[in-house]
Design a protein around this ligand. Structure first.
Ligand code: NAD
Length: 223
């Protein structure tokens, strides 16, 4: 039988891994990293479930997708599982990023050193404001947007972060795609139109705030 993948699913050893499972992997990765730092070498699905506040069967189901991580009566080898999930997520290797828009948000992202610990290295920033060109933020140079395609063709850039006004984002995203970028982290409040093989993750903090607002409002209404 032919199996069809929906966008975002991955195929591992002829097995379809759902988007939902993939979306949970960063959380497993984070928890296992912390557990490993505590010096714990192995952990049962039950213990992990208590820490992560998900059911043990969910954990077993999720991790069984990748095979061979756990052993009956032994539990999971924390370091091994951590490394394997890291490999699946592709963070066992370096990813080079560029940030488009060197304003408040672009600065904050570039100043955040923890991305590098996960292998995400910001190589350059781009802007259109003449007074910003040539400046550096944590040794990351700001280039003019005119040099975008040239820079991408000369450096191995996989991911672009868009932190520019929304009315500029669609045009810049098109240029990024034409220059070969395959993944965009989009902070601009607009939907991007990209080909199917380009991955876009939208981060709209205001959406989270609206969700919180809804929850807070319903709490106060029920009081
Ligand atoms: N998604 C979120 O949760 C979230 C949160 C904060 C801000 N934002 C959005 O992110 C964007 C940036 O916010 P900010 O506070 O950093 O704004 P900002 O005004 O401080 O910075 C924007 C920068 O983009 C530059 N720019 C404008 N057009 C450009 C182009 N075509 N190419 C390259 N650079 C260009 C500007 O010169 C400026 O330096 C805005 O669209 C804002 O709405 C989103």
């Amino acid at each position: 039988m032919v199996e069809f993948l929906t966008t975002g699913d991955i195929l591992m050893e002829d097995k379809r891994i759902s988007k939902a499972v993939i979306a949970r992997l960063p959380r497993y990765y984070r928890y296992l990293g912390e557990i490993s730092e505590e010096g714990i070498e192995r952990i049962s699905s039950k213990e992990l479930s208590v820490r992560m506040k998900v059911t043990a069967s969910q954990i077993r189901q999720d991790l069984n997708n990748f095979g061979g991580f756990g052993q009956q009566g032994y539990g999971y080898n924390v370091k091994y599982l951590y490394n394997e999930i890291g490999k699946i997520l592709g963070i066992d290797r370096q990813h080079n990023l560029i940030v488009i828009g060197a304003g408040n948000l672009g600065n904050a992202l570039t100043n955040y050193t923890n991305f590098e610990k996960r292998g995400f290295v910001i190589k350059a920033m781009f802007d259109v404001k003449p007074q910003l060109i040539g400046k550096e933020i944590r040794k990351v140079k700001i280039y003019h947007l005119d040099t975008l395609e040239d820079y991408i063709s000369k450096h191995q850039i996989q991911i672009a972060v868009l932190s520019i006004p929304k009315n500029e984002a669609i045009a810049v995203a098109k240029r990024l795609v034409n220059a070969g970028i395959k993944a965009i982290l989009n902070f601009a409040h607009t939907d991007l139109e990209v080909p199917e093989d380009v991955i876009v993750e939208n981060v709209h903090l205001s959406d989270f705030l609206m969700k919180l607002s809804y929850r807070v409002s319903s709490l106060t209404e029920n009081q």
